[in-house]
Design a protein around this ligand. Structure first.
Ligand SMILES: *Cc1c(COP(=O)(O)O)cnc(C)c1O
Length: 385
């Protein structure tokens, strides 16, 4: 089956009611026919649901779809993207271990490495995506994991997944990819040797700004281990959110096609604007990693960033002039969202720390929605003045 068909046709087995659309199973626990069935399920001799902290049919449908779409054996869902990130780190890293991560990663992932892992004796080294020749120097005898995000948030830096995969293999590192910005429709990191693929399902997978969710995808063996962490610690995806997310996957390909078409059109349009010094979009030829993006991504994604000539002040003024688009922290929504990282999400960093992750003072991030492209362009144009 092709990607689109899997996203629609993988479905929980039909119940006696012969429903067509997938049902939702909001139940915290399950019943047993007799003592022997209960005993054997608790012993793990027989498969079956016991308690929804660990398994639930609605969550399972979402997991099986995600595994199929990423082209891996299994997946485990989590309450949010961050619980998926944290669960993966906690499962595979322990005291005395070391992790290498690309510097331009999601803000909370960065904070976990910086502030929480050291509390448990886990060391980290950040590396630059555009200087892979330096990555070798970061490897230590206790390095266990390579963690990358591509395209990155918000700089849209691209990491060459083929090279990163080869690097992880050479040094026998667990290769973890946060695939949130691309979704499996645009990019399947397992093809480049990724062991664990993570998603914040809150973004394009929901795609309509409704629920939080996360998922980790990989081999049976590694997902079983993450699932055990979740079973014992409880970052379970709610049944309702799982139902929303599995329904959303049915339209992922259609939505992404339009997100990417709108984003490319906006990027091209803004490339010639007098107030803008630079437009960043993976599928614009001017992007520094255009060739790599073309090699590993089907389309360029739904995010565009651009650089205002007059920095911080102009960025704040731009946000204040926006009329239709939304000022919001989310991304991957049907509604176009604009943010100014230097005055908001990344305001606490020093200017040079921001530069290291490609966030300049005048950088505007646009999560391009599904409104008509003419309306998106018109609003951004009028806000540019
Ligand atoms: C939003 C995001 C996360 C965190 O996901 P939540 O669902 O908000 O917890 C992780 N990685 C990336 C790249 C993200 O954009």
């Amino acid at each position: 089956m092709k990607f689109e068909t899997k996203a629609i046709r993988i479905q929980t087995e039909q119940t006696q009611h012969r429903e067509h659309s997938t049902p939702i199973f909001p139940t915290s626990s399950y019943t047993f026919k007799n003592a022997e069935q209960m005993r054997s399920m608790f012993a793990g001799e027989q498969e079956g649901n016991i308690y929804s902290r660990f398994t639930n049919p609605t969550c399972r449908e979402f997991e099986l779809k995600m595994a199929a779409l990423e082209g891996v054996e299994d997946a485990v869902s989590m309450a949010s993207g961050m619980s998926g990130v944290f669960g993966t780190l906690m499962t595979f890293l322990g005291q005395g271990d070391h992790i290498i991560a690309s510097r331009a990663i999601f803000g909370s992932t960065y904070q976990v490495l910086l502030n929480w892992l050291p509390k448990w004796g886990i060391e980290y080294t950040f590396v630059d995506s555009n200087r892979m020749e330096d990555w070798e120097k970061a490897v230590q005898s206790n390095t266990k994991m390579l963690f990358v995000e591509t395209p990155s948030n918000p700089g849209l830096d691209i990491i060459d997944l083929e090279k990163a995969g080869a690097f992880a293999k050479t040094h026998q590192l667990l290769f973890v990819v946060d695939n949130c910005f691309a979704t499996p429709y645009l990019q399947q990191p397992a093809r480049f040797g990724a062991d664990i693929i993570l998603h914040s399902a809150t973004k394009f997978i929901d795609g309509q700004g409704r629920v939080l969710g996360g998922v980790a995808c990989g081999s049976h063996e590694s997902i079983d281990e993450i699932r055990r962490f979740g079973r014992n610690t409880g970052p379970t995806l709610s049944t309702f959110n799982a139902w929303i997310l599995t329904k959303s996957l049915e339209t992922l390909h259609v939505r992404l096609d339009r997100h990417c078409e709108n984003a490319l059109n906006l990027a091209k349009h803004l490339s010639h604007h007098s107030q803008i010094s630079k437009v960043n979009y993976p599928f614009l030829e001017s992007h520094p990693s255009y060739d790599i993006a073309k090699k590993q991504m089907k389309l360029g994604g739904g995010l565009v960033t651009f650089e205002l000539k007059d920095g911080i002040e102009k960025g704040i003024q731009f946000l204040d002039r926006i009329k239709m688009c939304t000022l919001s922290a989310n991304l991957g929504d049907t509604r176009t969202i604009v943010t100014h990282p230097a005055s908001t999400t990344h305001a606490k960093l020093t200017e040079s720390a921001r530069q290291e992750v490609s966030i300049t003072n005048g950088l505007i991030r646009v999560s391009v929605g599904l409104e008509h492209i003419d309306d998106i362009i018109a609003d951004i144009e009028q806000a540019l003045g």
